[in-house]
Design a protein around this ligand. Structure first.
Ligand SMILES: Cc1cc2nc3c(=O)[nH]c(=O)nc-3n(C[C@H](O)[C@H](O)[C@H](O)COP(=O)(O)OP(=O)(O)OC[C@H]3O[C@@H](n4cnc5c(N)ncnc54)[C@H](O)[C@@H]3O)c2cc1C
Length: 500
């Protein structure tokens, strides 16, 4: 049988596309190599000898896009489902070396907090934030009209016209600018404020202010204001909800189905070959992988343009993660669920100098044995040294893992003093682990750095592979990383496929 669409990978991007198409009656096969859906936004269960268990989020822990009009909300309405999410306020607590900053979602509370936390240059900083919010508002309104971004065909260009509004003309000069440019324009030199913005951009745009595209950055800095959510039961609840909808609507979802090859005939993608040799055919093949992995899966059929793109796309970050089971006593009463820590000013971000710490809310008793909390801590890390350490032998790799875990615990102790004394369970993940579980090239996760040359109109579109019938979705493609962003990309692809 020939499917209408084969989707490779049950990450949130692939799942969302598959579920939307199945809802419209398409014959869909979603092929996932792993035994759970969700990819970087999944969870795993770790059983304890006494029969209790932890549910750890492997990567994503804090979710946007579920507010009315957000990307996940659009999908929920389309599929007639309810995601098991609850709003969080505040979004997170940010720990700088000499102060803390609470990222409130409530606009008035956030305005008061930023003035309190960064009193130096307060007036200029306020002008910057108001500018950021104004630009973000225009960008969100544009996104809500589901424009065909980035435009890849004449039809897309035509399709953009109804999404345009006069207010967007004012954004044109911003297209090439970085957040750093805007900070300079407002003459903001306060090192604490700049470090705060760099750290926030690192987790949402993957690059600091001097590199982050201003339009993307303005949106990335706006996430708390738009509303953030906790997924009840763990991140995998989002993916499982989508998987249930796919199956309900007659889609096929196969686990332990690694795709080894995207099949191309007559210059068109016609199907896939699985690791066991089975071949499946489809009118459309949708790859939920990174640009590097799509090039690998095409093998000799990869167009030269795609190979060049894969070569020219700057390396992405990897993640080093710690999964901890800790006594509930480690968490002070009333503590936020999410914390970002910057240990030292003036030093590069990532590699343990910044860390993101997520605790599941105490009300969710499904996540840890009674009296404990499940914690995920992550830091950005360069992938190359991890592969070198692994090549150097087990001892070198294990020693490095141990050192990085200590760095993360040092950072986590800032938000959770005395944490080490409360640890009941501990496991770490490296880019090598992420490569094994998600098959992402070298374990690069979290999408591409949103620099002006790789962002917005210049980001990779669904047709970037350059092979008719082959479509990209996921955090390599527009608009970038996060479950909300890959969902936006999936909606965009779904609409393009429906137009035919
Ligand atoms: C440490 C970390 C923290 C993060 N924190 C957040 C956060 O708090 N909030 C947020 O919104 N986002 C966060 N993100 C980013 C977010 O998780 C990702 O951007 C998003 O989940 C990526 O989705 P995706 O659809 O691109 O696919 P992926 O998650 O990469 O999934 C791809 C899927 O394809 C499967 N696959 C790969 N190759 C094949 C093959 N050949 N055959 C079959 N199956 C295959 C994989 O097993 C995987 O399931 C974080 C990411 C990381 C790593």
């Amino acid at each position: 049988m020939t499917y209408d669409a084969i989707i490779i990978g049950a990450g949130v991007g692939g799942l969302t596309t598959a579920a939307l198409l199945a809802r419209d009656g398409w014959r869909v096969a979603l092929l996932e190599g792993h035994i759970e859906p969700g990819g970087c936004a999944s969870s795993y269960r770790r059983k304890r000898p006494d029969g209790s268990s932890y549910v750890f989020d492997v990567g994503a822990t804090l979710f946007g896009g579920f507010q009315p009009g957000g990307a996940h909300d659009w999908v929920a309405r389309r599929l007639g489902l309810r995601f098991p999410v609850v709003p969080l306020e505040s979004a997170m607590q940010v720990w700088l070396p000499d102060r803390t900053v609470t990222r409130y979602g409530d606009p008035a509370a956030w305005r008061a907090e930023r003035a309190r936390a960064f009193p130096a240059q307060a007036a200029a900083a306020e002008r910057f934030w108001q500018n950021q919010e104004g630009v973000a508002d225009i960008a969100w309104r544009f996104a809500a009209r589901n424009p065909p971004m980035p435009p890849e065909t004449a039809g897309d260009l035509l399709g953009l016209i109804p999404a345009m509004r006069p207010e967007m003309l004012g954004l044109l000069p911003h297209l090439e600018r970085t957040v750093g440019h805007e900070l300079r324009r407002h003459r903001l030199t306060d090192p604490a404020l700049r470090a705060f913005i760099d750290a926030q951009l690192l987790i949402s745009a993957q690059v600091p202010a001097d590199e982050a595209a201003w339009l993307f950055g303005s949106v990335a800095l706006d996430l708390a204001r738009q509303g953030v959510f906790y997924a009840e039961g763990g991140a995998w609840s989002i993916a499982r909800t989508l998987a249930d909808a796919l199956i309900r609507d007659g889609g096929e979802l196969r686990y332990r189905a690694w795709v080894d090859q995207i099949l191309v005939a007559g210059g068109r993608a016609v199907g896939v070959r699985l690791a066991g040799g089975e071949e499946l055919r489809a009118r459309h093949v949708i790859a939920g992988q990174t640009v590097w992995d799509v090039a690998r899966l095409l093998g000799e059929a990869a167009p030269r343009r795609l190979l060049r793109l894969a070569k020219e796309t700057p390396e992405a970050w990897g993640a080093f993660t710690c999964y901890l089971g800790v006594d509930a006593a480690a968490v002070p009463a009333g503590h936020a669920e999410h914390h970002q820590v910057l240990l030292r000013y003036g030093e590069p971000l990532g590699e343990g100098n910044t860390a993101f710490i997520s605790l599941h809310p105490a009300h969710d008793t499904s996540r840890a044995p009674a009296g404990q909390r499940a914690v995920t801590i992550s830091t950005h890390t360069r992938v190359g040294p991890w592969w070198e350490a692994r090549a150097a032998g087990r001892a070198t790799y294990v020693e490095r893992k141990g050192r990085w875990a200590e760095r993360l615990l040092d950072a986590a102790e800032v938000a959770l003093p005395g944490l080490r004394g409360h640890i009941r369970y501990q496991q770490s993940g490296t880019p090598v682990s992420f490569a094994r579980y998600t098959r992402r090239a070298e374990g690069m996760v979290g999408g591409l750095g949103q620099r002006p040359a790789q962002s917005g109109f210049l980001s990779l579109g669904a047709r970037a592979a350059g092979v008719p019938g082959l479509w990209l979705v996921g955090d390599s493609a527009f608009p970038g990383q996060s479950t909300a962003a890959v969902t936006q990309g999936a909606i965009r692809l779904y609409r393009a496929l429906r137009r035919g």
